[in-house]
Design a protein around this ligand. Structure first.
Ligand SMILES: [Zn+2]
Length: 318
């Protein structure tokens, strides 16, 4: 599974707002007329440049019909090579995955285009990386192995978080481990159980620090080649976010999203959203006590390392 294409490595300015302002001057009626379109084109250009070859191929996701895919319902395209029984099965799995994401978020505000491939050749042609699915350019792209409720729900979670928080804010401010942790948690992915994580981490003794899972580059490093150590990235993200969500509940989750949408600091908002007296057992917080109901806590070595996370600085690090 490879789900990290909502961010990309590369050299984005540390203060992206300044870059936008330089390129799109706000003064004058002409500038006001072109600004939204120019911003969209510029955003797309930056995304594609950062994403490399696979990103350029993913331009096809903007118009799957023009690349030969069949539109089977509004916003849903399938590979013509997909047989009728497989299409029927996918329709049911798509609905189930979408419902899974909707249940967790309390409804959906996103409506990503969904592209379902019957071969890895199709998947690669649309810019797919990894083995199962990606979410990019406002679309969910699924490989033959990704035509399941779990992967649909996982990728839809990425689309939904970006829609609720804002795509740029998600790149800039949301750590990879949170975005992925929510996706693994809500999709109920059977590959990432507490037992599998305990085995992979020697009962939590070999847990990577969340700061190592913050950027896309760090995430890929910990995940390992061909996902060899994915329990340390996806599994640790699920473990952390599941504990947090048990403490924060759906209301805390919505509160965190609202704070991020309003430009709030991630770690501060994350800590605030967990109810006092009901904190996750596994997490420590490096947020000053006066900024929220939870302060730094003592814990095991693994716990202290988990509490090590720092907010991201921009999509250049994702
Ligand atoms: Zn993912």
């Amino acid at each position: 599974m490879f789900h990290v294409e909502h961010g990309a490595p590369g050299g984005v300015p540390a203060t992206p707002g300044a870059a936008w302002r330089r390129v799109i001057p706000g003064a004058g009626p002409a500038a006001r007329l072109v600004a939204p379109q120019a911003r969209a084109v510029l955003l797309l250009a930056v995304v594609l440049l950062l994403a490399g070859c696979a990103g350029i191929r993913s331009v096809r996701l903007l118009g799957p019909g023009a690349s030969g895919l069949e539109r089977v319902r509004p916003g849903v395209y399938v590979d013509p090579a997909m047989a009728a029984p497989q299409r029927d099965a996918f329709a049911a799995d798509l609905d189930a995955g979408r419902r899974r994401a909707a249940d967790f978020y309390g409804g959906l505000v996103s409506s990503p285009t969904v592209v379902a491939c019957a071969s890895m050749a199709c998947y690669r042609r649309f810019g797919g990386v990894g083995r199962k699915g990606v979410c990019r350019n406002g679309a969910i792209l699924l490989s033959p192995d990704g035509l399941t409720p779990v992967i649909v729900a996982h990728e839809w979670s990425h689309a939904e978080l970006a829609a609720r928080v804002g795509q740029l804010r998600t790149w800039w401010r949301v750590p990879q481990w949170f975005d992925e942790g929510i996706a693994v948690l809500l999709s109920r992915d059977p590959e990432y159980t507490e037992e599998a994580w305990e085995t992979a981490t020697d009962n939590g003794a070999n847990v990577p620090a969340l700061s190592e899972l913050e950027s896309l580059r760090g995430w890929l490093r910990v995940t390992g080649k061909d996902g060899k150590t994915k329990q340390l990235s996806y599994g640790t993200a699920r473990h952390e976010v599941a504990a947090w969500h048990r403490a924060a509940g759906p209301d805390g989750f919505r509160q965190l999203i609202a704070n991020l949408r309003n430009g709030g600091d991630f770690l501060e908002s994350y800590a605030r959203a967990a109810k006092p007296g009901n904190r996750p057992a596994c997490s420590t917080w490096n947020v000053p006590a006066e900024t929220g109901p939870v302060g730094a806590r003592d814990g095991s070595a693994a716990q202290r390392r988990i509490g090590d996370a720092k907010p991201p600085r921009g999509p250049g690090g994702r």
